[in-house]
Design a protein around this ligand. Structure first.
Ligand code: HEC
Ligand code: HEC
Length: 377
């Protein structure tokens, strides 16, 4: 209970900050299966108040003010706070946090492949971090950054090592952004980490942040079906992302202005080592957020349609990352939906890409219970 209460302390403004009462207690925690707590049945909450409307008053981020304390028994309803970086003073901290936010929102204009200053070309595509970390990384189940700062360093199965938040950002730079790492001690990295700290202010190390990630739908008991997904795509996605999946530029290629509607595949998309190229995360992201503007409380697609359209997206061509065979050095820690091997089990690559995943997990569990196999392969 102590933890829960502390988690409920917001940071940036007094009561009146965007506080979304969360649906049924415990619902949609990323680790919870959602069958009995479908978001559609959750009561609507004011979850996605735009940042501009979110903060009533400004206090220095370093003096957290309790904005809500939940004292109900049972799982606390965690408030969703969207701190407003514009309320920070015009000092070094405020400017750094705002630069971090701008890097998330307008990545293509600041560190993209078309920026005038060639020394600042770090991202390899013209996406923004916010193409996936929606609303500049503040949207519930839109891969937000709230709580993320409090969760690092942590053990990463993909690298087989404990990594920092900087390492995690580099992971998205080299995969989601198909680019190169940022200078580790440069102003961009400092600003991104500062922004994540700002968004995570008041969140306890080790406490869960419901609303983080993209949600977790019930899995299909069949393989996801890209052919059926193509039909879903044509009905629900082409209007923005285009028949060819290449999206729509704001202006013209070369102008560093990015996209009105980002590409889902092709040369200017995320590469095949990216988290968005794994079906479970992608399908949940689509279910909770697409068509753009959708919220997790009122998904537009059925769960089945989200799985199938995700599979269709992933069947399309995209940039390939070098050295993917070095990922997951502990083979039994490779997630069931990793689209590339080597796999420690004998399931096909296709089943790892499309599911069903439960049999794969069961087999991995079995292998892990055999001590001789529970080490690196
Ligand atoms: C193509 C989509 C996409 C883009 C673009 C993208 N990311 Fe990510 N990012 C993801 C996915 C998917 C995850 C995994 C989320 C999870 O593990 O639940 C992730 C995870 C993260 C995490 C860890 C989040 C957590 O909850 O632990 C950080 C930090 C992060 N990204 C930063 C960035 C930054 C900074 C940029 C821009 C430089 C960026 N990302 C661009 C898709 C993207
Ligand atoms: C109303 C327009 C619209 C529709 C319809 C739409 N999207 Fe999006 N989508 C967007 C926008 C805009 C973004 C980027 C969000 C941002 O920049 O704030 C996005 C981002 C994404 C992303 C992450 C970024 C990337 O480039 O990979 C995926 C994946 C995605 N959409 C998939 C889908 C799928 C699948 C459908 C159909 C079920 C769909 N979208 C329907 C507008 C739309």
């Amino acid at each position: 209970m102590a933890n829960m209460m502390a988690v409920a302390f917001g940071t940036v403004a007094a009561a009146g900050v965007a506080l979304a009462a969360f649906g049924p207690p415990g619902s949609r925690a990323p680790e919870a299966a959602s069958a009995s707590s479908s978001p559609a049945t959750a009561r609507p909450a004011a979850a996605n108040i735009p940042p501009a409307a979110a903060s009533a008053a400004a206090l220095p981020a370093t003096s957290p003010t309790p904005v809500a304390v939940t004292t109900v028994s049972g799982p606390a309803q965690t408030p969703w706070v969207i701190p407003d970086a514009d309320k920070l003073p015009d000092d070094a901290w405020g400017r750094t946090v705002r630069y971090g936010r701008d890097l998330v929102a307008k990545t293509y204009a600041l560190i993209g492949p078309e920026v005038a200053d060639t020394a600042h070309r770090f991202a390899g595509n013209n996406l923004a971090c916010a193409s996936c970390h929606l609303e500049a990384g503040t949207k519930q189940y839109g891969l937000p950054f709230q709580g993320v700062y409090a969760d690092f360093p942590n053990y990463r199965a993909r690298s087989g090592a404990v990594g920092t938040i900087e390492d995690r950002i580099q992971g998205c730079m080299t995969r989601s952004m198909n680019g190169k790492p940022l200078p580790p001690a440069g102003p961009e990295m400092t600003a991104l980490v500062a922004y994540m700290k700002f968004l995570s202010d008041g969140r306890l190390v080790g406490a869960p942040t419901p609303g983080r990630g993209a949600g977790r739908m019930t899995e299909l008991t069949r393989a996801a079906d890209p052919a059926r997904g193509k039909e879903i795509y044509e009905q629900n996605c082409v209007a923005c992302h285009g028949t060819n999946g290449l999206g729509q530029r704001v202006g013209e290629a070369g102008d560093a202005q990015g996209y009105t509607f980002p590409p889902l595949w092709g040369d200017d998309s995320f590469n095949d080592g990216a988290g968005m190229d794994r079906l479970i995360g992608a399908a949940n992201f689509i279910h909770s957020n697409m068509p753009n503007g959708t919220t997790w409380q009122a998904p537009a697609l059925s769960e089945q349609d989200a799985w199938d359209v995700g599979a269709y997206m992933q069947s399309q061509p995209r940039p390939q990352k070098a050295n993917l065979d070095r990922d997951y050095p502990v083979a039994l820690q490779r997630p069931a939906d990793s689209g590339y091997g080597p796999y420690a089990d004998s399931f096909s690559q296709q089943q790892h890409q499309l599911g069903p995943f439960a049999p794969i997990r069961a087999r991995i569990k079995e292998l892990l219970s055999q001590p001789s196999k529970a080490v690196t392969q």
